[in-house]
Ligand binder design. Structure first.
Ligand code: NAD
Length: 282
């Protein structure tokens, strides 16, 4: 399985899908970008154009590289065949399963489906698929163009050749692939849950403000504090991940979701992407 020249379909043009499309196009792939939200794929491409042109203005990219990258990304109005589909839609088991059923109806038998899920069991996602062996986790981190780590996640039925092909591809894209079996939260999100949870408990106890918590953790050597990081990730996504890890650990109290975060989600204060989370963004 060689994905060097794979035609790629990225499904979901939000925070992660847009970044994945960028990285894939910069590596030379033809990328189709699809989102069910009207105009989202076009908007993601337009935003990327602004970002890349900004980098060109600073001399970090050539104008030719910018034009070539953008020319490789095609926003599309419907799902379409590809050699590799990378799914980056909402963190919801049923919605992802429904998408995979739709995809399998139009993909060739040897096409691979990679899911960027942060926490949902790859084994569970593959249930009901005609070819569960072709589903693998390809878990990028935010922001995709900057973060090197990619967790390659095998469910019970994942073909090891599929996982290997995805790891090879990620390495070719300049990433650092790390293989893991599908367990709740995989590696990073399992370790990160208590990091967010303790910050949320401090807020609930009114022991410190988000500013103070973030300042402390930065001073302790972390690149970002937990509150600003949750704002970057998006509270809807982060809350969905916490709920999924909580359920997957048989409701172990260590992973209990937070009312503080529930309130932010209820209010629509989802973080950077909506202009307001713990902090306000212009
Ligand atoms: P997002 O809300 O920014 O984007 C999700 C996009 O998917 C939206 O544009 C939405 O319209 C679209 N969508 C929803 N259902 C769809 C469907 N059936 N078909 C096509 N498009 C659909 O979310 P995100 O932060 O990009 O997260 C996407 C996935 O990546 C989730 O599974 C999330 O857990 C995972 N992830 C997120 C982060 C992060 O930091 N935000 C990091 C790693 C992984």
């Amino acid at each position: 399985m060689n994905l060097d020249n794979a035609r790629i379909l990225v499904v979901g043009a939000g925070l992660m899908g847009a970044g994945i499309a960028q990285v894939a196009a910069q590596a030379g792939h033809a990328v189709a970008l699809f989102d069910t939200r009207a105009g989202a794929a076009d908007a993601a491409k337009a935003k990327l154009a602004t970002t890349l042109e900004g980098l060109a203005a600073k001399g970090k990219l050539t104008a030719d590289a910018v034009a070539a990258t953008l020319a490789r990304i095609t926003p599309v109005a419907a799902l379409q065949p590809a050699d590799l589909v990378i799914e980056a839609i909402v963190e919801n088991l049923d919605i992802k399963r429904a998408l995979f059923a739709e995809l399998e109806a139009l993909l060739a038998d040897d096409a691979i489906i990679a899911t960027n899920t942060s926490s949902i069991s790859v084994t569970a996602l593959a249930r009901g698929m005609k070819r569960p062996e072709r589903l693998v986790g390809m878990h990028f981190f935010n922001p995709v163009p900057l973060m090197k780590l990619v967790e390659v996640v095998s469910g019970l039925g994942t073909d090891s050749h599929v996982a290997q092909a995805i790891a090879t591809l990620a390495a070719r894209w300049g990433k650092t692939p790390v293989h893991t079996r599908s367990t709740p939260g995989f590696i990073v999100n399992r370790i990160a849950r208590p990091y967010y949870a303790e910050a949320l408990m401090l807020l609930q106890d009114q022991a410190a403000t988000p500013e103070r918590i973030d300042a402390c953790l930065r001073a302790a050597g972390f690149r970002m504090g937990p509150c600003e990081l949750m704002d970057l990730i998006g509270h809807d996504t982060n809350f969905a991940v916490t709920n999924s890890v909580f359920a997957a650990n048989f409701f172990d109290r260590r992973f209990t979701p937070s009312l503080v975060q529930q309130e932010l989600v209820d209010a629509g204060y989802l973080g950077r992407k909506t202009g307001r989370g713990f902090y306000r963004y212009p």
